[in-house]
Ligand binder design. Sequence first.
Ligand SMILES: Nc1ncnc2c1ncn2[C@@H]1O[C@H](COP(=O)(O)OP(=O)(O)OP(=O)(O)O)[C@@H](O)[C@H]1O
Length: 354
Amino acid sequence: MGIQIRNVQKRFGVVTVVNGVSVDIADGEFFVMLGESGCGKTTTLRMVAGLELPTSGSIHINGKDVTFAEPRHRDIAMAFQDYGLYPNMTVFENIAFPLKIRKVPQADRRRKVEETAGRLGIADYLSRKPFQLSGGQRQRVSLARALVRNPKVFLMDEPLSNLDAKLRAVMRTEIKKLVSDLGITTIYVTHDQIEAMSMADRIAVMRRGDMVQVGSPLEIYDRPLTRFVADFMGSPPMNLFPASLKKPGRPTCQIQEFVDSIPDDEQSLIAGRLDSTGQFSAGIRPEHLKLVQPGSTGSARAVVDFVEPLGQTTNVYLTAGETRFIAVTDRCDRQVGDVVGVYAPPEFVRVVAN
Ligand SMILES: Nc1ncnc2c1ncn2[C@@H]1O[C@H](COP(=O)(O)OP(=O)(O)OP(=O)(O)O)[C@@H](O)[C@H]1O
């Protein structure tokens, strides 16, 4: 059950925008497709919805081959960035619309609309027209209209991107809670890594029509396979230092101290992640670097370039030789020009493909 996407490819004329994507999405899973504009996430979602047909490959939803099925035969609901509400209908009529076209009896319709509106906190607005609502309320109506007929699968394309930052944060927790309470299998498209991290059971990071890494938010954050993924997830992003393997078992790096003691299990990944010139990147998250006394065992010497206090934490911009990188520390009293020791705990150093 759930959704199986198998070798799905989509070409528009000579341009391939989805490049043979395969993934299994479990029943009830919240699956996020994350990537930059133009990477093919919307096109993939539209193929699951039936709004676009694959050039090749297949899509199964709850055990049924729907590759070429009409959208209305897929038991899916959709919500998009533009709410798509009918301006001349009331909120009640908007939410009831999918039930009306399915000829659900009037009493049932009323009950379901009221129940769904209650869940989404819009029960008091049922007699208003969309123009009498705020953006957040309109998005709730759009979600209510999608959910009112208890779909098995819910597809969302950047549904929060028209809302301000604070409301987005509120809505993302509400949506996540709502769909997991209802047990609906969900595919959610976004370019916002915080949204992806906070909502997903699993994330697929997409690039140029490929799913470059699929995993739980923390797997992807902790163990990015490539520079692209490492750079995309996290703010400030992972520090990435050019490295290479000249002799087996001893990587060399721009900041040698950072790779000198990386554990064997991480070292064993190097061979599989070298590029054609024998290079890889050593990655370490800014929050894992420790500022210590210059000259402390295993530390590299660096100079503080810039200090950015953020209240809870401080971003410390550093230079070691020509190499620039960032450490995130607790509040600290480092000053520009200070010479510090920087220690990378070996268990946090990652081997990342270029
Ligand atoms: N009907 C179409 N005809 C030709 N090219 C298209 C068509 N639809 C999409 N594309 C192209 O396919 C590529 C992928 O588009 P898609 O909308 O899937 O990307 P996306 O990752 O969702 O981006 P965004 O976040 O901007 O929506 C883009 O380069 C786009 O221009």
